[in-house]
Design a protein around this ligand. Structure first.
Ligand code: CO
Length: 134
């Protein structure tokens, strides 16, 4: 059911420092930072030949990554995102398998402007998984 690895998201305390690391030390092209108030994060995408790295910095008072950064002050891998052809079909299949979809189960518009869902990390080996409709 799942397709390509769309991105690996890394929560960072300071996005400018993280971008400089990827751009200057690793030689990777980086997008401009995009504040996403609806998601409580500022994002930068690092384009790699086969996938993307999504750098996430907290934005605003109630950022969904604030508690993660409290536990991981240097940052860390926050989630990985797999593409699916049909997100509603993917959700229904996962629910039938007894797996948990976070929130109300309805896809939301993600950082790429496409429908996304998140799956409970306790059901997936301690990894927060984002599904994005390709
Ligand atoms: Co993501």
């Amino acid at each position: 059911m799942i397709g390509r690895l769309n991105h690996v998201a890394i929560a960072v305390p300071d996005i400018a420092t993280a971008v400089a690391l990827y751009r200057d030390a690793l030689g990777a092209p980086a997008s401009d930072p995009v504040p996403q108030p609806d998601h409580g994060v500022t994002t930068v995408f690092i384009e790699l030949p086969n996938t993307k790295i999504e750098l996430l910095e907290p934005l605003g008072e109630k950022s969904p990554i604030a508690s993660f950064l409290e536990r991981n002050s240097a940052g860390g891998i926050h989630h990985i995102c797999y593409e699916v052809a049909d997100i509603a079909e993917a959700r229904d299949r996962l629910l039938r398998e007894g797996l948990r979809v976070l929130g109300d189960g309805e896809p939301k518009t993600g950082a790429h402007g496409k429908p996304v869902l998140f799956l409970h990390p306790k059901d997936f080996n301690g990894t927060l998984i984002e599904l994005e409709q390709a």
